[in-house]
Design a protein around this ligand. Sequence first.
Ligand code: C2E
Ligand code: MG
Ligand code: MG
Ligand code: MG
Length: 287
Amino acid sequence: QADIAMYQAKKAGRNTLSFFDPEMQETINLRAALENELREAIAHHQFELYYQIQMHSSGRVLGAEALVRWLHPQRGVVQPQEFIPLAEESGLILSLGQWVLEAACIELGNWRQNPLLSALTLSVNVSARQFHQANFVRQVKECVRRYGVNPARLKLELTESMLLDNTDGIIASMKELKALGIQFSLDDFGTGYSSLQYLKRLPLDQLKIDQNFVRDIVKDGNDEAIVRTIIAMAQSMELDFIAEGVETEEQKQVLLSYGCTHYQGYLFSKPVPLKAFQQLVREAVEK
Ligand code: C2E
Ligand code: MG
Ligand code: MG
Ligand code: MG
């Protein structure tokens, strides 16, 4: 545990004396315990993918975003904000991310055989460390091949911040995967600092308008202006765009009036287990 403690002490930006601060020691112990628990959970596959539906304004189902949940034996369903940050700091995100990718590809392989689901895309979140691994491209290719995935149905979600360094290397990796037909979406768009100039270099397919701008779009003129700007950017770069965090019919209508026809949010459904997602798709088709 000592090296985690050192790491935490360093991270807090204090001198080594703070190492003996009892409160800090407690935090260190907690983190170490949680990290061990997370490592065990990965070894024992205590995770499940939930699926959040993505809809077109016409009522047609576009696909889903896969969102990981930790099925904790005592605590029940644990949300990603409680373990993804720790997984990223500790490096455990590499094995967790690999599990997520594989689980998503297994499912996409199954969808291919199902007329109800075969046209749908599945978006998978990829963290910075995962994407920057030397063998990431190979992992994805291998997964797609092994599970018989139609690559055009797989969409990888990246974030702006992870694309800032080693841009040439990132573009090369993206292009290699795009050559197979795999798509890329830029998640949480608008929260980073990417310039249009920079964005134009990236071989993206989609921008995801961050839910922070969608939340108050009906009453906040600034957010409204930001969303309109994002949409104008996406259109000028000939990218798809989807709004996330759409909770009300009113928000949807405002978005639609700006030309945004792709939505994800609680208005349609929260992220749900596979069976429930399939039921939602069935209901949408019957409507
Ligand atoms: P994200 O990729 O931006 O995912 C969208 C988050 O917004 C999800 O939270 C979703 O449940 C939530 N959301 C969707 N619609 C609404 C809405 O209408 N209202 C509100 N209030 N929230 C909405 P979730 O599932 O808790 O995931 C949080 C974050 O954790 C994700 O943000 C993503 O960054 C990360 N994450 C989740 N699964 C994975 C994964 O498999 N790998 C990696 N690397 N990160 C993941
Ligand atoms: Mg996402
Ligand atoms: Mg997002
Ligand atoms: Mg996020």
